[in-house]
Design a binder for this molecule. Structure first.
Ligand code: GLU
Length: 311
């Protein structure tokens, strides 16, 4: 396909890939460490492709809302990056961790400074800084995401947030541990409350495809022309998504798909092709690293079919 792939061609590609990937249902496992996520119907599969210039292409359950979980870490990091700039790198690193998303081990060696903002420890530090910067962080996260998507109907799923709060002992442990090194400023319960809410943001593939269009457009939201991040910040955030967006499967995702992206244990994945498009896929069954099994299958086929990736 050439640069100006028309919408009908994406539709054609997505229709075919959807059929090819559907038989993978049943091969993964829905996240079960948060009870509200364990109850999600696994037989759901949605895809949304949004070209920078052109109309969205939707397939399957692309308009069904689900818990975005770790995808929210990109939103909160962008919000903090805008204010703190380079300062943020004193509190969090920018190297892939090669460890599971909720690991405590590395933190001890690295004196409470998490490897990157997308493992849980890193995201908890970012949420802590968000609380320093914003007086009503939960409301302001919602407002930021709603503006990106142009959708005022985005909310937190309060049942998921509650369920996660009831099972957040490991995240609390990460926060207290980092506090002992001086890398957490606020009350741990307050931080975990905001963190569990951001993870419980309920969005569809269509919403996510809109929300990340600014990343495909060098930091400017094409819907309203607003600059969200500077060009340099957008480049850096994209590099983090590429190298750290898929837990300890980030290298394999770059190898198979070749796009910057971010996943969450709710089964969502969002990725983008710079200057071209965003694509969001959702299917709740996860592989052994916590990434949507059908989501990765879909994205691998997509970049292969359209002969485009960042490589
Ligand atoms: N809320 C989840 C947790 O903190 C996020 C996990 C994820 O999506 O990676 O455990």
């Amino acid at each position: 396909m050439n640069n100006d792939t028309p919408r009908d061609d994406y539709k054609h590609v997505i229709d075919r890939i959807y059929k090819e990937v559907l038989p993978f249902l049943g091969r993964g496992k829905v996240a079960d460490y948060i009870p509200a996520l364990a109850r999600v119907n696994p037989n759901q599969f949605g895809i949304a492709v949004l070209p920078l210039e052109g109309q969205v292409v939707l397939k399957g359950d692309a308009r069904t809302c689900f818990s975005v979980q770790s995808i929210s870490k990109v939103f909160t990091f962008a919000m903090v990056m805008r204010h703190l700039g380079e300062e943020i790198w004193k509190s969090v690193g920018r190297e892939p961790s090669g460890n599971p998303f909720n690991s405590l081990v590395q933190l001890e060696h690295e004196k409470g400074v998490p490897r990157n903002p997308f493992i849980n420890a890193g995201a908890i530090v970012v949420t802590d800084r968000l609380i320093d910067l914003y007086s009503r962080p939960k409301e302001e996260i919602l407002q930021f995401v709603r503006e990106l998507c142009g959708n005022d109907d985005i909310y937190y799923d309060s049942k998921v947030a509650r369920s996660e709060l009831d099972h957040a002992d490991r995240n609390r442990a990460l926060a207290y541990f980092m506090k002992s090194f001086g890398n957490i400023h606020n009350d741990v319960d307050t931080i975990i409350d905001v963190y569990c809410h951001q993870c419980a943001l309920s969005m569809s593939c269509e919403d996510l495809a809109h929300a990340f269009l600014f990343m495909a457009n060098h930091g400017v939201n094409p819907a309203d022309g607003k600059r969200i991040l500077s060009k340099s910040q957008a480049k850096r955030l994209g590099a983090l998504m590429l190298t750290c967006g898929f837990y300890d499967e980030s290298g394999d995702f770059a190898f198979r798909v070749g796009l910057p992206g971010k996943s969450g244990v709710g089964g969502g994945i969002v990725a983008y092709l710079p200057e071209r498009l965003t694509i969001a896929v959702w299917s709740p069954e996860l592989d052994c690293h916590g990434n949507s099994l059908m989501g990765i299958e879909t994205l691998e086929r997509f970049t292969t079919d359209i002969s485009r990736s960042i490589f």
